[in-house]
Design a protein around this ligand. Structure first.
Ligand code: NAD
Length: 261
């Protein structure tokens, strides 16, 4: 496709799968992360670039966009994917400093990404696709901690207001809400409660209990394909949309599926 894409949090997990898929489809990819070794190795292997970037810091994100402009003279796709899980526990005991930390990465990080990508895309006059990583935890209660769910719901709101403003510049802004991808983030969360589980164990649990597609859990590839879809010109009429990649889990409850027998 010859497009230039920035992926925050692209060193591993969903971001890494998307960086690889974008590169396989002909995109020039910039990985922006805080995991320098992983990010740089992946960027080398896909003919892309790596830059250290803490998305909570606006000047770091601005530098990433500058790199896209100096490297290839344009920015076509911005995937605001970097995120952290945040604290668990009761709302009655929430540590507000930890809440603020989650919001600074998950919400401010996305806001910085939209802001600086929008500046570059407006200036080019060629439009673009901005994609923000939300979560099933934004849609249904009980799938993430309070602070994490708050941050992911905020991302959907911000996606919609940005789409509303930027559509006039042919810039599309969409979000993706994945569920149950056995990444480092999810597997370590499961380990806190279930002991030493593997990614395969997590995938099996999600497939059995967190999906309408019995036995079929999510993979990072599933989300990468959704991002490729939203990044492509074929989805040129889709904006302000939240694409839920959850095996139907948050849309239907199958405890009464006997009524269909
Ligand atoms: N795994 C799931 O099931 C799932 C479900 C819903 C949403 N998500 C979202 O998908 C995104 C990717 O998560 P993942 O599951 O691949 O987890 P992951 O932990 O493997 O990947 C997160 C990436 O973000 C990077 N990151 C963290 N803080 C950063 C910061 N301040 N600046 C720059 N990079 C930073 C990490 O270094 C890592 O590379 C996150 O936004 C997450 O909330 C994941």
């Amino acid at each position: 496709m010859g497009k230039v894409a920035v992926i925050t949090g692209g060193a591993r997990g969903i971001g890494a799968a998307t960086a690889t898929l974008f590169a396989q489809n002909g995109a020039h990819v910039i990985i922006a992360d805080i995991l320098d070794e992983l990010g740089a190795t992946l960027a080398d292997s896909i003919g892309g670039r790596y830059i250290h970037c803490d998305v909570a810091k606006e000047d770091n994100v601005e530098s990433v966009i500058q790199l896209a402009l100096t490297w290839k003279g344009q920015l076509d796709i911005m995937l605001n994917n970097a995120g952290i899980p945040g604290p668990g526990g009761s709302i009655a005991n929430l540590d507000m400093e930890r809440v603020m930390n989650v919001l600074s990465v998950n919400v401010n990080g996305v806001l910085h990404g939209i802001k600086h990508a929008a500046r570059a895309m407006i200036h080019s006059g060629k439009g673009g696709s901005i994609i923000c990583m939300s979560s099933s935890a934004a849609i249904m209660g009980g799938l993430g901690g309070h602070a994490y769910s708050l941050s992911k719901e905020a991302i959907i709101g911000l996606t919609r207001t940005s789409a509303c403003e930027l559509g006039v510049h042919a810039i599309r802004v969409n979000s993706i809400s994945p569920h149950g991808v056995p990444s480092e983030m999810l597997v370590s969360a499961y380990r806190k409660f279930l002991g030493d589980v593997s990614p395969e164990d997590v995938s099996k649990i999600v497939g059995e209990r967190g999906s309408l597609l019995r036995g079929r859990g999510a993979s990072a590839q599933d989300v990468a394909q959704a991002a490729l879809f939203l990044a492509s010109d074929e989805t040129g009429y889709i904006t302000a949309h939240n694409l839920v990649v959850d095996g139907g889990y948050t849309s239907a409850c199958n405890t009464m599926s006997f009524i269909y027998q």
